[in-house]
Design a protein around this ligand. Structure first.
Ligand SMILES: *Cc1c(COP(=O)(O)O)cnc(C)c1O
Length: 474
């Protein structure tokens, strides 16, 4: 398996070569040259596999330059009941005839990003040790991604994490989750500014190529290919849990922001998983819903990006979307490059009226959006009908899923976070505190460790350099 760029300007590379990287050198995203097809007999065999074994089977088709015994061991070490709370890792909860929740949020930070990030932590440690390298991960977070990255990388050899967050702007729960970590390779930096300031600082440091190389700066953002592949696994797992044989189809509803999660569903479908619909659910920030309805892709400015009660979907552009457009255009890399050129010059592109957009139904994608009132009503309704408390993002998914159900086709709604993370809206909807897992009781009272910093790139670089030198000396 070799990897190329969506824009055509990268020589084929191995999985190990692209694992630690971000964008392709031509500004595109990396993709495998083709998706492996899974035949019926293999699908039947996979039904019976425990999660870690299934993960190995999917991964080895994409990471074929890692020795199988090592990859199997990495998967076995990642997907344990100890880390994910249950042997099934991503249990299916039936709500109603043909309506299910696929629970992805039982990992250490109570959101679905753990499923991929926990594997990434082990993969990074493995590859860095093999190659005698180190990596300093630099990121900006307003909540879920940063904590998932820190819980995946804590204590890993050869990796340090420098995570910027806007001082005083995360929820007390999320702040406590990140700042209570005491591992010496985790550095929390509370920036005196807003999330955009944090992101600008990360961009400035990553854009200084000499600094980046000298201090081995890397990222773990949602365009990381290994994260996408790790997410493919639970689409297979969910399918097996909801069906008795391979003749049946299912649909998935996915609360979406950067298009990473639902892209994994698209890849599972391209591999041959019998998926009927992939329902893209957005919140008020509806750039993806607009595209799937009209063919027009129009990223928003940060000023146009709304702060909502499903904050992990508050995105201005969908960073993984280019991978799907590449497939929609049947791999015409020149055309993809042209569209992203249009985005730079005109701020949008429009595929309406093209034969490719006319054929979009062949990819199974449909979409819808959910507003604050919809999500509150859905949380209430889900509690009344099924006795289940869902979080705000999952509620967006459920709300949109309702509009796209088909008789006889199980609809699996991806539960992307636990309600404990978004207590304000749960209180608004239900008038009670959301349930909180025992391990998180009283987490706000734990000692917190972070560095307060003005939004100053020079200070950030100095801080990183000093900490790396100090930890090498220790
Ligand atoms: C990240 C996140 C999403 C959005 O997922 P994408 O892969 O960015 O589309 C949805 N819900 C929750 C809780 C998240 O943390």
């Amino acid at each position: 398996m070799r990897y190329v760029s969506t824009r055509g300007g990268m020589p084929p590379a191995t999985f190990s070569e692209i694992l630690l990287g971000g964008l392709a050198p031509d500004g595109g995203l990396v993709l495998p040259q083709s998706y492996p097809r899974i035949d019926d007999a293999t699908l039947t065999r996979w039904r019976a596999l425990p999660y870690a074994e299934l993960a190995f089977e999917v991964l080895r088709r994409y990471a074929d330059d890692i020795p199988e015994a090592d990859l199997r061991e990495l998967c076995a070490r990642t997907y344990t009941a100890q880390v994910f709370g249950a042997d099934d890792i991503t249990p299916l909860r039936r709500l109603d005839t043909d309506l299910h929740l696929l629970r992805l949020s039982n990992g250490p930070t109570l959101a679905f990003k753990d499923v991929a990030m926990q594997l990434l932590g082990n993969l990074f440690e493995y590859v860095l040790a093999r190659d005698g390298r180190e990596l300093n991960i630099l990121g900006a977070t307003s909540g879920d991604t940063g904590s998932a990255a820190e819980y995946a990388m804590r204590g890993k050899r050869g990796v340090r994490v420098f995570m910027l967050s806007p001082h005083g702007r995360m929820s007390p729960f999320q702040t406590a989750q990140m700042f209570s970590l005491a591992d010496p390779n985790i550095f929390n930096i509370a920036v005196q500014g807003v999330f955009d300031d944090c992101q600008d600082m990360v961009k400035a440091v990553s854009g200084d190529l000499a600094f980046k190389e000298r201090w081995a700066i890397g990222t773990v953002n949602s365009i990381n290919w290994a994260r996408v592949v790790a997410q493919v696994v639970y689409y297979f797992r969910g399918y097996f849990a909801a069906t008795a044989s391979n003749d049946q189809k299912v649909s998935f509803a996915v609360p979406s922001g950067n298009f990473g999660n639902v892209l994994a569903g698209h890849i599972a479908r391209m591999m041959g998983l019998p998926i009927s619909r992939l329902v893209v659910a957005t919140n008020e920030n509806d750039v993806l819903d607009e595209f799937f309805r009209t063919g027009r892709y129009r990223p928003r400015s940060s000023a146009e990006t709304r702060q909502t009660s499903s904050p992990s979907m508050d995105i201005s552009k969908a960073s993984n979307f280019e991978r799907f457009v590449h497939d929609l255009l049947a791999g015409a890399t020149g055309q993809v490059a042209g569209l992203w050129k249009d985005l730079e010059t005109r701020g949008e592109f429009d595929l309406s009226g093209t034969p490719e957009f006319a054929g979009i139904a062949d990819f199974g994608f449909v979409s819808g959006r959910s507003l604050h009132a919809d999500r509150v009503a859905t949380i209430r309704d889900t509690m009344q009908r099924y006795g289940v408390v869902v979080d705000t993002h999952t509620a967006d998914g459920l709300f949109v899923a309702r509009q796209w159900r088909e008789p006889g086709v199980p609809m699996l709604c991806l539960e992307t976070a636990q309600p404990a993370k978004f207590a304000d809206t749960i209180r608004e909807a239900l008038g009670v505190e959301p349930p909180r897992p025992a391990a998180y009781q009283g987490i706000e009272a734990h000692a917190q460790r972070f560095t307060l910093m003005p939004a100053d790139v020079r200070l950030l670089k100095q801080y990183i350099a000093e900490r790396v030198v100090a930890s090498l000396a220790a």
